[in-house]
Design a protein around this ligand. Sequence first.
Ligand code: FES
Ligand code: FES
Length: 156
Amino acid sequence: MITVNGVNYEIPAELHARKLSDWLREDLMLTGTKIGCDIGVCGSCTVLINNEARRSCKLKLKDVEACEIVTIEGVSGPDGGIHPLQQAFMDAGAIQCGFCTPGMVLSALALLIKNHHPSREEIRQALKGNLCRCTGYQQIVDAVELAARTMYHNEI
Ligand code: FES
Ligand code: FES
């Protein structure tokens, strides 16, 4: 069984070799997971697997048996609305064409789950596997800093 955004799916044996990214997009219609390179280089297909950022184009369904997966469709704020991290991407101007954004958000979320107050260098390290052709990256780092301040302001 695989859990995606809180929903459980039994995976028949004939699907064990199916690529996770294709299954998410084509079978579950979760097309927020983007395919850029399809060979594990660009990070646009990043999803959370047990709260770790992983490239879904590099995984088969048999690799994620019994795992909990979160795609960008499963990311929301405490009230069910937009997540503070997504809001921060908008507020910081970290989105242009938006193709990299789902993967960026999920890589950043994996970081913020573990590290509530990352430095800019730690943010850069966490996002180094996610390529963006548009923004120049500075606004994305700004967005993650802003999100950390918003999400964990009561810890400062
Ligand atoms: S599509 Fe998976 S890393 Fe590029
Ligand atoms: S916003 Fe276009 S690739 Fe990042």
